[in-house]
Ligand binder design. Structure first.
Ligand SMILES: [Fe+2]
Length: 288
C-alpha cells in the first residue's frame, strides 16, 4: 500500500491542544502514516480527522490499532452486532432512546472510576444537530504545568478517589431517569484510586488526573481538607486558555487521550433536532 503520509494535512486547533487532520482515510492508512498520526495525537491530545466514512466495523478496526477495546459497563446502548461501538443519541424508536441521551454532561475523563481506565476514545459523528451538541476538552497537561511549584509539591504522591456513584458526589445531582431507580447505583463498580498527577506513558509528560464528575476525594485525607483542595484545583482547571471547543460536522472522527484531558458534552440540542455519535473506547494502562 502506498503511504498516505504525504497526503496528510495537519493544523493546530487551539493554543492548548487539538489538531485537525485531513487528506487521509483512517480505514486504509498504512503503518508509517498511523505512527505519524499517533505521534501527533500524543502531542496534541485531541485529533479531529475530517471526512471519515466509516462503518462500525471500520471504526472498531481503527480503534484496535491503538490497543485493546474497552467495553462499556452498561450494555444497554451497545450496538447489537458490533458491541465495541456504543451509540450516543437523543433519537427515539418506539418511545425509547436508541442510545445514551445525556452522557458526559459534567467534565470527566472516560472510565476513570475503574482500576484500568480508558486510554483513548474514538467518536464518529453520524448525525449532527443544527444547533448545540458541541464538545469541549481541557488540556490537563497545561493545567498541571501552570500550577505553582508549591502546589506541584503538595500534590506529589497524592491519590484521588474516583467513583461512578453520583450519590457519593456532593457536586452532582442525579438525572431524573435514574432518580426513581434505587438499583441503578447498586451496579456501580467499587471506587478506584489513581495518582492525582499522572505520567503519560508515551511522552512522559505529567497531567492532572481528576474531574468534577468522578473524583470525590483524596485517599487518606479527611473530607473537609480534600474538598478544599479539590475546589482549588477545579477552579484552577476551569480556564478557557486550556480548552478546545468542537463544533461537529458529519463525518468528523474525534480521538482524545483520556490520560491528559477531560471533556464535556455542552448539550443545548433543541427538541426535534437529532444527534448521533458512535463511540469506541480503548483500554489504557493502570495510571502511574
Ligand atoms: Fe466521556
Amino acid at each position: 500500500m502506498a503511504t498516505m503520509l504525504n497526503q496528510m494535512a495537519v493544523r493546530p486547533l487551539s493554543d492548548a491542544l487539538g489538531a485537525e487532520v485531513s487528506g487521509i482515510d483512517v480505514s486504509k492508512i498504512d503503518d508509517p502514516t498511523f505512527r505519524e498520526l499517533r505521534d501527533i495525537f500524543h502531542d496534541r491530545l485531541v485529533l479531529v480527522v475530517k471526512d471519515q466514512d466509516l462503518s462500525p466495523a471500520d471504526q472498531t478496526a481503527f480503534a484496535r490499532r491503538f490497543g485493546e477495546i474497552q467495553y462499556h459497563i452498561s450494555p444497554e446502548y451497545l450496538m447489537k452486532d458490533q458491541p465495541e461501538v456504543m451509540i450516543l443519541s437523543n433519537e427515539k424508536e418506539d418511545g425509547k432512546f436508541i442510545g445514551l441521551p445525556d452522557g458526559g454532561s459534567e467534565w470527566h475523563s472516560d472510565h476513570s472510576y475503574v482500576d484500568q481506565p480508558t486510554g483513548y476514545t474514538v467518536l464518529h459523528a453520524i448525525k449532527v444537530p443544527r444547533d448545540g451538541g458541541d464538545t469541549e476538552w481541557t488540556s490537563m497537561v497545561r493545567a498541571y504545568d501552570s500550577l505553582s511549584d508549591d502546589m506541584k509539591r503538595r500534590l506529589g504522591g497524592l491519590i484521588g478517589t474516583h467513583s461512578f456513584n453520583r450519590l457519593k458526589n456532593s457536586r452532582l445531582t442525579v438525572p431524573v431517569r435514574h432518580g426513581n431507580d434505587p438499583d441503578y447505583y447498586k451496579r456501580s463498580p467499587p471506587d478506584s484510586y489513581h495518582p492525582v498527577v499522572r505520567t503519560h506513558p508515551a511522552t512522559g509528560r505529567k497531567a492532572l488526573y481528576m474531574s468534577p464528575r468522578f473524583t470525590i476525594g483524596i485517599k487518606d485525607m479527611d473530607d473537609v481538607a480534600a474538598r478544599s483542595l479539590l475546589d482549588e484545583l477545579f477552579a484552577h482547571i476551569n480556564n478557557r486558555a486550556f480548552v478546545y471547543r468542537h463544533r461537529w460536522t458529519v463525518g468528523d472522527l474525534l480521538l482524545w487521550d483520556n490520560r491528559a484531558t477531560i471533556h464535556l458534552a455542552c448539550g443545548g440540542v433543541p427538541e426535534g433536532q437529532h444527534r448521533r455519535m458512535h463511540r469506541t473506547t480503548v483500554l489504557g494502562e493502570i495510571p502511574f
